[in-house]
Structure formats: structure tokens, C-alpha cells
Design a protein around this ligand. Structure first.
Ligand code: PHE
Length: 342
């Protein structure tokens, strides 16, 4: 028996072969177990010889079984380690990084420049009430200026007579919201999306403005001119820019001016500060007393300027991009061409 089992155990190929051997040898009906049961029929003398021999054999088989079992487990582990290893020194798979959209980058830059001049950032909703977008800005119902904005109106249920909400046509409603919140004096800018039903090379139905508002006891147009020139020098990183103030009209400012920046088109790209072209970049003026009053600020005590600057136009100028619409096509080849994507 010893011959038979010790060798077989050493040769067992896997755990189930080993288990079969255990049952056959030392299981309840195993060969060794049956032999041990026969001890009772032996004479005391026979039993004295056979008993210890069988016990020793049983112990030897059991320890051979457990030795083989752990040898098999070690071998299985070695095999897993051999086949499942991971080469941590391999280079990673290349991944394309996302980038910040040029309009967002420029918007952040603009905010940083005005922050340096002491302007805080304010925000307002893109879906605006008729009051904030128009009335409070001295544009009553049926005022001709309402037509000029190509407004997108939100639908009201039939029978609901209240004026519809609008997609804000400019960031100027944030002037009202900010003054209501903090009163005067105040110095804020409000960057954000605005909407007008308009579409060509320099107009998209959604575009971006930064509103500027500075109200104090004796702020004048001269302060406005300095702030805008200082801003342009910082933004375009040049010593001199040339701005042209054109008398204009907005219901919410008096007097009003539109401001153009000298530029030129050279071989399909836009150059700032030279040439004979002018790009309109903003509307501005001294805040109308009625607007101050609508926002709860006393016009006999306070005055100041406001401006609304086109972020998209500034981005076109800064990067020499001739067509605004490409900004919103999400065409990765275009974004990469201008270095806006990896
Ligand atoms: N809201 C005006 C526009 O969008 C710009 C503007 C802002 C003009 C502030 C004057 C003062 O055209």
C-alpha cells in the first residue's frame, strides 16, 4: 500500500486527482481505513505489530497529501504570476487633451484685465424678462429700438397676456440687476451669452458680450475713454491702439457712442492698429438717469458710464480670424489650425 500511494500522490497532476487518492487511501472506505477496521479481528500479538504500522502509514499518507496540496497551490500561483503580469514600464496610450474654447479663453482674459482695473464680475440669466431686457433700460413697449434687436421671444400659453420672456439681446439687463443688488457706487463687468436673430460673416444668432458699468459721484466720458484704451492696450498687447468714438444713440445712455478699432485685412487675416478699416467693437455712453432710477439709484446723486463689448469680434481681431461663424461649428480641424485644439 505504501508503495502504491506515496508514489501516486507525488505524481498527482492536480487537486482533483489528489482528492481521489485521498478517498481511495484514507477515506471512510479507503484501503488503509478498511485495513485498520480489521485490527479488531486480530489476536493481541498481531495487533501489536499491525496497529502501529498502519497508524504510521496513515500519518505518512496524510502528510504526503498535504505536502502535495501546497506544492500544487504554489505551482498554480506561479503560473498566474507568469501569465497575468503587467508591464508598468510600457508607455501609456496617447490621449487627445480637451482645450478651452477660444471664446471662453478670451472672455476670461477680458475679465482679468478689467479685474485689474477694479471691476467685479457680475452675472445675469440668459432668459430674461421684458422688464430687465427693455423697460428698465428705457425701451418701453412699441419703442422703435425694440425692432433693432431682432429679439427671440419665448412662447406664452394662449390667453396669457403678460409680455413674453426673451433670450436677452444684450448684457445690459445685468446693469439693472447689479445696481438693484448693491446700489451705488458700483464697478462691474458682466460677460455672457446674448442672442439675436442675425447671421452672416460677422453675426451669429448667439454671441458674447461683456457689459461694463461704473457709477460714482463724478464719473465722466473721459474715464470711459481711458478705461477702454487701457483695456485695448492690455488685450492686444500693444503700446498704442486707435479708437474712434462715433456719436450714436442708445435709449439707455445719453450721450451715446459707438467705438471702432483701427484694423486692416491683410491676405485674409485681420491686423489691429494699422490700415484703413474700422471694426465696431462696442456701444457705450453715460447711463441714462431713467435707467439709474429704474434700478433704484438716485440720478441726482450718481452718474457713470456703461459699455457693451463684443467678445467674439475681439477674438476675431486678436487671432486674425475672418469668419465668426467658424467659432461655433465645432470643427476640430479648424480649431487645430488656429492652435485652439491639440
Ligand atoms: N447694449 C448695447 C448693445 O448691445 C451696447 C451698450 C451697452 C451700449 C451699454 C451702451 C451702453 O448694442
Amino acid at each position: 500500500l505504501r508503495q502504491k500511494y506515496i508514489q501516486a500522490i507525488a505524481d498527482a497532476a492536480d487537486e482533483s486527482a489528489l482528492e481521489e487518492l485521498r478517498v481511495a487511501a484514507v477515506g471512510k472506505k479507503g484501503e488503509v481505513s478498511l485495513k485498520m477496521r480489521e485490527l479488531g479481528k486480530m489476536t493481541p500479538e498481531e495487533r501489536q505489530v499491525a496497529g502501529p504500522a498502519l497508524n504510521a502509514l496513515k500519518d505518512e499518507i496524510n502528510s504526503a497529501l498535504s505536502a502535495k496540496k501546497s506544492a500544487l497551490a504554489d505551482a498554480a500561483l506561479d503560473e498566474r504570476l507568469r501569465t497575468e503580469w503587467l508591464d508598468v514600464t510600457l508607455p501609456g496610450r496617447p490621449e487627445r487633451r480637451g482645450t478651452i474654447h477660444p471664446i471662453s479663453q478670451v472672455s476670461d482674459e477680458i475679465s482679468a484685465i478689467f479685474a485689474d482695473m477694479g471691476f467685479a464680475v457680475a452675472e445675469g440669466p440668459q432668459i430674461e424678462t421684458d422688464w430687465y431686457n427693455f423697460d428698465a433700460l428705457n425701451i418701453p413697449p412699441h419703442h422703435p429700438a425694440r425692432q433693432e434687436f431682432d429679439t427671440f421671444y419665448m412662447h406664452r400659453d394662449a390667453g396669457d397676456e403678460r409680455p413674453p420672456h426673451v433670450l436677452r439681446t444684450h448684457t445690459s439687463p445685468v446693469q439693472i440687476r447689479s445696481m438693484e443688488k448693491t446700489g451705488a457706487p458700483i464697478r462691474v463687468i458682466a460677460p455672457g451669452r446674448v442672442y439675436r436673430s442675425d447671421y452672416d460673416q460677422t453675426h451669429t444668432p448667439m454671441f458674447h458680450q461683456v457689459e461694463g458699468l461704473a457709477i460714482d459721484r463724478d464719473i465722466s466720458m473721459a474715464n470711459l475713454k481711458w478705461v477702454l484704451e487701457e483695456f485695448c492696450r492690455a488685450f492686444f498687447e500693444v503700446d498704442q491702439v486707435e479708437l474712434r468714438f462715433r456719436a450714436s444713440h442708445f435709449p439707455f445712455t445719453e450721450p451715446s457712442a459707438e467705438v471702432d478699432l483701427r484694423c486692416s485685412w491683410q491676405g485674409g487675416t485681420l491686423k489691429v492698429g494699422e490700415g484703413d478699416d474700422w471694426m465696431e467693437i462696442l456701444g457705450s455712453g453715460m447711463v441714462h438717469p431713467k435707467v439709474l432710477a429704474a434700478a433704484g439709484v438716485n440720478p441726482d446723486e450718481w452718474q457713470g458710464f456703461a459699455f457693451g463689448l463684443g467678445i467674439d469680434r475681439l477674438t476675431m481681431l486678436k487671432y486674425g480670424i475672418p469668419d465668426l461663424r467658424a467659432f461655433f461649428d465645432s470643427d476640430l480641424r479648424w480649431l487645430r489650425h488656429y492652435g485652439f485644439a491639440a
